[in-house]
Design a protein around this ligand. Sequence first.
Ligand code: PMP
Length: 438
Amino acid sequence: MLFLTRWRRVFTPTTSVALRLYHMSSPASSVGQSAPKMADKQSLVESFPPPKELLTPLRVPQKTLLGPGPSNASPRVLAASALPLLGHLHPEFLQIMDDVKAGIQYAFQTKNQLTLAVSGTGHAAMEAAVVNMVEPGDVVLVAVHGLWGERCADMCSRNGAEVRTINKPIGQNFTLEDIQKGIEYHKPCMFFICHGESSAGVLQPLDGIGNICHKHDCLLLVDSVASLGGTPLYMDEQGIDILYSGAQKVLGAPPGASPISFSARARGKLARRKQKVPSFYFDMNLLSDYWGVGLQKGEPRKYHHTGPISSVYALREGLAKLAEEGLENCISRHQENALLLHQGLEAMGLELWVKDKAARLPTVTVVRVPEGVNWKDVASYIMNKYSIEISGGLGASAGKAWRIGLMGHNCTRDNVELVLRALKDALQHYGVRIQAKL
Ligand code: PMP
């Protein structure tokens, strides 16, 4: 019979108190009756052993990510995310957050003070925009020409908005006239439009929309997750009130910290809210205190949540690469390589989803799957033989298209040639006749 009594001394500044931590006694003791016996604990552990899969080394294959995102991060960005952790309120980390803020202001071309990176992926930034701007009963007009309008409409309705939509078939964009009519008819307090509709590969021109919105006392919310850095975008100049993006596309950082910015007009709506922002995590009033927005120099930042330290390092380096290359050069590189890709695909006899050349998104190209070909077979062939990812369609393009992304570090002439060669090989493998020499 086992009788085991353990005592430990715990010292406080004034007293020394002896605490009995546990007392295992015979089965008859009152403590012993409810606590599992040593032998039982042993068998419990044996029946729930550590998972075998975690006792082998982590293996991650090298792939060329030429889908709609994530794109491959550069060695510099990957090295940044492997740097030692800092505390989320350490002065060195706060400086890195300030660098990120300056980088986003540059990438967005804005002087907005309320500019920061939301912890989370592009959806988190979309959600942050919506929860801060929308109050129950607000009329929000959403332009739907692919999946991202649908998603934003869903988020707005979850936040109690009265959601109205204007719609275009996937692959087409909206004219200023469409937008003006929609705003005059529905009288919304916010209008959403996606700049780079990655489900369709369509680029929505933004010039003039801000003016229309502001003339009708309406805020302009724009999704630039798939377009930022790959096509011209000027937040202040274009009168965009809320702009958000993602890290894993042109910025070439891992997903996890997403740029967002609010104009003075948008901050006015935030300040006039009758109800608290329904999300604590995304409340821009609280995040402002963590990111130092509006704080005097030397005023302490307030803990809100533990920032995703390594993701913020990586985003900082993605933004630094953009600053070093220069926004205009980065945009030209994306436009030039996209043009080469489009020409190569059309030379092979393939059809691009977006007919109007000016409306093609440089970062994500959507290609129609030829009659009788299974998109998945082709994508799998390319993955298995070349370790290249190209993706299928999304939303209305699902099953009917491939999506090829050329973004950030991956947006090179070599990759254009590589993916064209791989696609030609795959199509020939599945019996498609290709005339063009590549
Ligand atoms: N908007 C657009 C235009 C996108 O392409 C994406 C990602 N594909 C998102 C929003 C959502 O971003 P995430 O997947 O990073 O949440």
